[in-house]
Each structure stands twice: as C-alpha cells, then as structure tokens.
Design a protein around this ligand. Structure first.
Ligand code: NDP
Length: 402
C-alpha cells in the first residue's frame, strides 16, 4: 500500500497513471500533477472510480514541488515531465526525503546535450537522506538496461558487444510527428552520434552511420546510429564491454522533413527575436506539431526494441538477442496510447512497483541495470510487454557486415 505522485500528464504520464491505477494493491493512492491541470483531470476522469487525484504544479519550481509533496506525502515521485525538470524534482525529493524515479536524463535547456553527470552528482546527498533515485526507467533507457543485466546475469561470464536496436514500424497517418516530446526528440536526433569502442567514445556526424537491420515480425528497416543515454551508464556498469552502440529506425519521409526543418533553422535552440519577443525556433515548432499523446488513435504497426549481445560463457563465444514487440493498436486499446508512450510508461510503473515492494532497494542514485533484473523481467509480460530471446543465432545487427 503506497502513495505515488506522478509528475507530467503527457503521452507517458497518461500510461503511468492508468497502469498504476490498475494495481490498487501496490499503488493505493495516486496523484497526477502537471503544468496543465485540465490534462490531469481528463486522464483522471477517464480512469474513473476516484482512483487518481490531480494537481497543478510547475516542476521547474522547487518550493512549489516541495509544498505539493508535503501536502500529499507520497512514498515515491515518478517524473514523466521533461528532462529539464529532473534536477528540480530531485531537489524537492531530497528536501522531503521522498524516493525518485524518471525515464530520461537531465538536459539543460540551452545546450542540446544529455549526460548523467548532473544526476550522478546527487549520489551522496540521496545516500545521506536515506532515499533512492532510479534513473532512466522507461524502455530505452530502462528495459534495455534490465535486458543487458539479465543477459549478463544468466547467459554470459563476460559481455563484449552490445547493440541496442530500436525500430518503430508504425504509421500514425500524419505527414510529420514525433512519438515523444518533439523538442526532446529532435534535440536527440540532430546532435552528433557517438558509440563506445575499445575504451573510448567515437563521434560521428548526425545520422552519418546507417544500415538495414532485420527486426522480428517487421523485416529490414534502415537504422541509424545515434548517441543514447543508456550507453553512458551501461559501459560504466559493464566494463567488459568493448563496443556499445545504439540504432534507431527512421523512415525516408521523416528524415526528409527533419532535414528541411533543420536547414531552414526551425530546429535551432538559440532564441531569435520575432515581433519584439524572443522565441526559440524548436519550441515554436513543438507548439505546431501534434502532441505525442494525440497520436494513439488509428496508429497501426509495431515497435520492436531489443538488445543484441556478444560475449563469452565457459570459454565459448555466444550471442544473445532479447526484445519486445509492441503493437500500437493494442497499446491504444489497453491504455489509450501509442506504443512509444506505452513502452515507456509500463516500465516506469514496474520500476515504481519494484521500489515500493522492496524488490529494488538501496540508498543513493542508481541506473536500472544495477538492480536485480529478474523480478522486473517477470512483471513485463504481465503488464503488456512480453519479451522473447534467441541464443546463439547470428545477430541481425551484424548480418549486413561491419
Ligand atoms: P509530453 O510532451 O507528451 O509530456 C510532457 C508532460 O510534462 C506534459 O504534460 C507537460 O505539460 C509536462 N511538463 C512540461 N514541463 C513541465 C513543468 N515545468 N511542470 C510541470 N509539468 C511539465 O512528453 P512524453 O510524455 O512523450 O515524454 C515524457 C518524458 O518521457 C520525457 O522526459 C521523455 O524524454 C521521456 N521518454 C522516455 C523514453 C524512454 O524509453 N526512456 C521514451 C519516450 C519518452 P503540458 O501538457 O502543460 O505541456
């Protein structure tokens, strides 16, 4: 029986609220708070049964957060607002001695750069306060870290290469839209790529390296090497990794639109003066693009996200591929969400359950792969995210050559 405060009522917040509400034995009392109260109220109304209370909060404002936490007294805050709010919410959790969980690492607004250093710097303060912070508990980061920990625990003595492969083969019927917050998504894709090789980071130009990768039940899709935040924690927590890369699929139309938007300056994050007001072009672009939470209805097709790993067991080379496929239409039926919000919100709920039921415990700041993967893996199929595995078969990411 625990109280949970969910911050952020967008695509992911909607899924977290619905999934928590469906488990009263774990989440007995739920509050959904966000910048726009009406969005919280709409979700709470649809869930019904007075399961979810709502509040308005500006998560950039620590005193406001502290006052809300002190009033509601949650055991855990689930942060599914934006990465910009990570540190203010962590500050409020410290002040009120409340556990913390998020799905994306901190990014300063004025530099398109994400890294764990800012949040890892809270380690001693969280330890001293006797509370836990779980970082990056969506799908990627999140399940991909748990998959890697599961592989390392059960199938390998040492893991040597890791390729995280993320495919969205869905069609939302819009000319151009992003599946999670447009601002955060476009910042991620338009920055330089980066991967880990032989003890150092190798930098690439944005979307410079790409190849077709074959995804289960989907087939071959052009996949682009990106820098993704879980690579940073995974190479730290699995130092035997000689190479770690992250791949994501994009359709031709998406890339064309993105290139045009970039070329005309619409993805810039430096403010420009327009009719006497300073506006950030990317923030303006976000305002005219569809909201991720609006894409669910009629979205067809599947996502497929997994980890392809090579390493050794008992002196022998082996390969391991573990993945989940998620159907957009099924996600919509279950939680009124498209699969990208769904595959993020379900793991956030499961991470919260792990923490609140004591399956994951510890004082300080943790990435998900530092905990026992087994109870988390056990919960995934029970809440809509079944997973599959293949041992000692050729890795799809390697089939088209290095
Ligand atoms: P949305 O844009 O749909 O939702 C974000 C929500 O946060 C909105 O409700 C927004 O309010 C609210 N918000 C923004 N700023 C504030 C603030 N200052 N105070 C209070 N609330 C605020 O994004 P998503 O739901 O798609 O994404 C949510 C998070 O999940 C992001 O951090 C994203 O990076 C992460 N994510 C993680 C993934 C993973 O696999 N690990 C995958 C996908 C997303 P308003 O409605 O007023 O704008």
């Amino acid at each position: 029986m625990s109280k949970v405060l969910i911050i952020g009522a967008g695509g992911v917040g909607n899924v977290v609220a619905r999934k928590c509400a469906s488990l009263p034995e774990v989440f007995s009392d739920i509050m959904l708070a966000s910048r726009t109260l009406e969005k919280c109220e709409k979700i709470a109304r649809e869930i019904g049964g007075d399961r979810v209370r709502t509040a308005r909060v500006d998560a950039d404002n620590v005193p406001e957060l502290v006052s809300l936490i002190n009033k509601f007294k949650p055991d855990l805050v689930i942060n599914v607002a934006l990465p910009y709010q990570d540190l203010t919410i962590m500050d409020a959790c410290l002040e009120t001695k409340t556990h913390y969980l998020d799905t994306a690492n901190y990014e300063p607004r004025d530099v398109a750069k994400f890294e764990y250093s800012w949040q890892w710097a809270y380690q001693d303060r969280f330890k001293e306060a006797g509370i836990t912070a779980v970082l990056g508990c969506g799908f990627d980061p999140g399940v991909t870290g748990v998959f890697t920990a599961y592989a390392a625990k059960h199938y390998f003595d040492e893991i040597h290469t890791l390729d995280i492969v993320d495919c969205n083969a869905g069609d939302h019927g819009k000319a151009f839209a992003t599946n999670f917050n447009p601002e955060i998504n476009i910042r991620e894709i338009t920055q330089n790529g980066r991967y880990w090789e032989n003890g150092k980071w190798v930098e690439t130009k944005p979307l410079e390296i790409h190849r077709p990768i074959k995804y289960p039940e989907i087939g071959k899709r052009e996949s682009y090497l990106l820098y993704h935040e879980e690579l940073e924690s995974l190479v730290k927590n699995f130092p035997s990794l000689k190479r770690a890369r992250f791949w994501m699929t994009f359709g031709e139309q998406y890339i064309t639109y993105l290139n045009v938007l970039k070329d005309v300056g619409m993805t810039d994050i430096k403010p420009i003066n327009f009719k006497g007001a300073d506006i950030v072009p990317l923030e303006f672009l976000k305002a005219v693009l569809p909201e991720p939470s609006s894409l669910g209805e009629g979205y067809k097709g599947q996502t497929s996200i997994g980890c392809q790993i090579r390493g050794v067991k008992d002196g022998e080379e082996r390969t391991y591929y573990v993945w989940n496929n998620c159907d957009h239409a099924e996600a919509y039926r279950d939680a009124k969400a498209q699969a990208v919000s769904y595959t993020t919100g379900v793991p956030a709920m499961i991470g919260a359950m792990m923490l609140l039921t004591g399956k994951w415990a510890g004082e300080g700041v943790f990435n998900v792969e530092e905990f026992d993967p087994d109870p988390f893996m056990e919960q995934l199929p029970k809440h809509g995210l079944p997973w599959n595995e293949k041992i000692n078969e050729p890795l799809p990411v390697e089939e088209t050559g290095e």
